[in-house]
Design a protein around this ligand. Structure first.
Ligand SMILES: N[C@@H](CCC(=O)N[C@@H](CS)C(=O)NCC(=O)O)C(=O)O
Length: 211
């Protein structure tokens, strides 16, 4: 049995969209951030970092979004969310999954949680501003790499596109939202048009404008 611990629009959206693409049976379990449930003793037993998401797959309890995504891609190869192991395409897929998780996703922590990066609260706005500038440069590079290709891997859709879509969405409140880069906007529109993505957004209560 698969269960995904989620909060609407959080990093759990990536595995959620994947589960819908796969057509797997799964249970969605809300982690009520309004009540800080991600820091409760019960949740900390699943993820000692107190962060969302967690995937439970039978006896397996997995945290880290990218690890969850790679596991789902491997467990359901018929869904085609990752290229075959050992191919050059698979290597490119790893590159994007790792880059997206350890570069823009990690940088968003500073944008959304600047207070975690300062000992003096007065410095938080400067941290946020610097995160904004770094994120802009990261999205410039991703946009340039994507070019006018349909997906990050070229003609082939993969979980990396869902990941990028989620990160583009997170930036909708930034001074220069990632969607203002035409290549990124085009990719996000393509992802948004997918029925599985529509289902995931609807289940999480996410309404237009999505990004
Ligand atoms: N590296 C972690 C980061 C997860 C993360 O930062 N999740 C956010 C939501 S998008 C969260 O749990 N925030 C609540 C908190 O930190 O208390 C992952 O990818 O799973």
């Amino acid at each position: 049995m698969l269960a995904l611990y989620y909060y609407p629009g959080n990093a759990s959206l990536l595995p959620h969209m994947m589960l819908r693409e796969i057509g797997a049976e799964f249970e969605l379990r809300l982690v009520d951030r309004g009540q800080n449930v991600q820091k409760s003793a019960e949740y900390l037993r699943l993820n000692p970092n107190g962060r969302i998401p967690v995937l439970v797959d039978g006896d397996l309890v997995l945290f880290e979004t990218a690890a969850v995504a790679l596991h789902l891609a491997d467990k359901f190869p018929q869904a085609g969310l990752a290229p075959a192991v050992g191919t050059a395409e698979r290597a490119e897929f790893y590159k994007w999954m790792v880059h997206l998780t350890n570069t823009p996703q990690a940088e968003y922590r500073a944008w959304f949680y600047p207070h975690e990066h300062v000992s003096d609260e007065a410095a938080a706005p400067a941290v946020k501003q610097a995160a904004n500038e770094r994120l802009n440069r990261m999205f410039d590079v991703i946009s340039e790499q994507l070019g006018d290709r349909t997906w990050l891997l070229g003609d082939r859709f993969s979980a990396a596109d869902l990941f990028l879509f989620m990160l583009i969405r997170w930036g909708r409140g930034m001074p220069r939202p990632p969607r203002s880069l035409p290549n990124l906007n085009a990719l996000a529109e393509r992802v948004l048009a997918r029925p599985a993505v529509q289902q995931a957004l609807e289940a999480e209560g996410i309404k237009a404008p999505v990004f």
